[in-house]
Design a protein around this ligand. Structure first.
Ligand SMILES: Nc1nc2c(c(=O)[nH]1)N[C@@H](CN(C=O)c1ccc(C(=O)N[C@@H](CCC(=O)O)C(=O)O)cc1)CN2
Ligand SMILES: NCC(=O)N[C@@H]1O[C@H](COP(=O)([O-])[O-])[C@@H](O)[C@H]1O
Length: 237
């Protein structure tokens, strides 16, 4: 078994981003210490100016960019679902074992989720780039700066802060959850509560919350990588 682990090819991670990429940076920095051998093999952004693309390039990681509106403009007649499927095809070309949404600010529809949940049929484009031995479904996880069911969607940090200032909340948190069609409703993988502090400004609170995010995204990725390695090992035996 030990030999197998030593000869095991590194697991392949694709990270989807839209912004500054501080959580991506946490994953980049954590690569040498992942409990399973794993590497980030692609960073894909839906925003051209995302600084996370710079972080990836500086780390020698391949990058890609595809935004919804330019895609629709360049492909008259195509839909949001077609865009989501194109994102999936780009992701699948990297033969991922795990997809991490790290500040990815686009709700992924069935066009994406369907293609990562099952092997491609022989006639589908992805069949050319992903081996028939690839294990499906490919897990996808998302980092969200709120507790399960609390502030789904965007601006979760602002909304939690407003609730605290209104006196209706004394803590919030961050979580990493599995990605399902309903936004932020997937099974939580890791949840960390964060109490508010009276002496803190909003900026100080956000800085503390982001620090927790950087820990949680690495820990959750480790957890799913371990699960994935077990799946792949069972399938190979
Ligand atoms: N199918 C899923 N897709 C995504 C999930 C998910 O759980 N299931 N998580 C989100 C991340 N996210 C919150 O954690 C989130 C991001 C963006 C939005 C949203 O409303 N986006 C708008 C566009 C907003 C913008 O461009 O600024 C949209 O997609 O139309 C909601 C939740 C990632 N995807
Ligand atoms: N709903 C999803 C969401 O709000 N995600 C949030 O986007 C930020 C990305 O920061 P980063 O680009 O520096 O990693 C993070 O705070 C993450 O929780």
């Amino acid at each position: 078994m030990t030999d197998n682990l030593e000869t095991q090819s590194p697991l392949r991670i694709v990270v989807l981003i839209s912004g500054s990429g501080t959580n991506l940076q946490a994953l980049i920095d954590a690569q040498p210490s992942f409990r399973t051998r794993a590497s980030i093999v692609l960073v894909l952004s839906n925003r051209k100016a995302a600084y996370g693309l710079t972080r990836a390039k500086e780390a020698g990681i391949p990058t890609a960019y595809l935004a919804l509106q330019p895609y629709l403009k360049s492909n008259p007649g195509k839909s949001r679902d077609d865009y989501d499927a194109e994102v999936a095809r780009m992701v699948l070309k990297a033969r991922p074992d795990l997809v991490v949404l790290a500040g990815w600010m686009h709700v992924l529809g069935d066009g994406f989720l369907d293609l990562i949940s099952r092997p491609p049929s022989e006639t589908e484009e992805s069949a050319e780039s992903i081996p028939t031995t690839h294990v499906f479904p490919i897990p996808a996880i998302n980092l969200h700066p709120a507790l399960p069911g609390a502030f789904d969607g965007t601006h979760a940090i602002d909304r939690a802060w407003e609730a605290y200032k209104a006196g209706t909340l004394d803590h919030t948190g961050v979580m990493v959850h599995r990605v399902v069609r309903q936004v932020d409703a997937g099974e939580p993988i890791l949840v960390r509560e964060i109490p508010f502090r009276e002496d803190e400004t909003k900026e100080q609170f956000e800085e503390r919350l982001h620090g927790v995010e950087w820990e949680v995204i690495v820990e959750a990725t480790n957890k799913i990588l371990t699960e994935r390695l077990e799946q792949c090992t069972v399938r190979q035996s």
